[in-house]
Ligand binder design. Structure first.
Ligand SMILES: CC(C)(COP(=O)(O)OP(=O)(O)OC[C@H]1O[C@@H](n2cnc3c(N)ncnc32)[C@H](O)[C@@H]1OP(=O)(O)O)[C@@H](O)C(=O)NCCC(=O)NCCS
Length: 143
């Protein structure tokens, strides 16, 4: 069974654990800060009751910033990322969001293909943005 649902602070540990085993973007404190930020939604996808992916979106008026998007390694390439992204898009459409924005490392070619599939376009670049020195490519999609 596949379930997509919004998470609250109770799921802090499992979000941190999934992140630690995937892209290691945030510390536990940073995850806590995300949960506590106004306008932030943390949404997870569960398969047979196990969390296998998460997105974090920050809604500011009619824009939604995708702060986090990841699927557990062994569940990738099975369509779960697309399911989650379609859910995110539908959710934002219902809220009358006009634009989705995100940043992704210039060396993350898989994410680049993934976001192209959803018609995100490149709109800018932040130099040396990530710990490894890579640039962030800024992408957006109008709804
Ligand atoms: C990007 C990511 C979320 C995709 O999740 P996923 O569940 O594997 O995605 P899907 O199975 O729905 O694939 C959707 C499309 O993405 C592309 N894609 C996904 N994995 C790919 C790979 N390994 N190689 C090439 N294209 C790939 C394909 O176009 C695919 O469509 P197709 O299967 O019809 O060819 C996943 O790879 C991930 O979590 N990566 C690490 C975190 C990350 O980079 N997040 C984004 C930046 S913050």
């Amino acid at each position: 069974m596949i379930l997509i649902k919004e998470f609250d602070l109770k799921e802090l540990e499992s979000c941190f654990e999934l992140d630690s085993n995937t892209i290691s973007l945030w510390t536990k404190k940073q995850w806590e800060n995300e949960f506590n930020k106004k306008g932030v939604k943390v949404v997870g996808i569960l398969v047979e009751n196990k969390m296998i992916g998460i997105y974090v979106v920050h809604i500011i008026t009619d824009e939604a910033h995708i702060n986090y998007f990841s699927i557990k390694k062994r569940f990738r390439r099975n369509g779960y990322g697309s399911l989650l992204m379609n859910y995110l898009i539908r959710h934002c459409e219902k809220l009358n969001i006009k634009k989705l924005l995100l940043e992704v490392s210039e060396i993350n070619s898989i994410a680049d293909i993934f976001y192209s599939k959803f018609n995100f376009s490149n709109v800018g670049r932040r130099k040396d943005y990530y710990k490894d020195g890579s640039d962030a490519v800024m992408k957006e999609k109008y709804l």
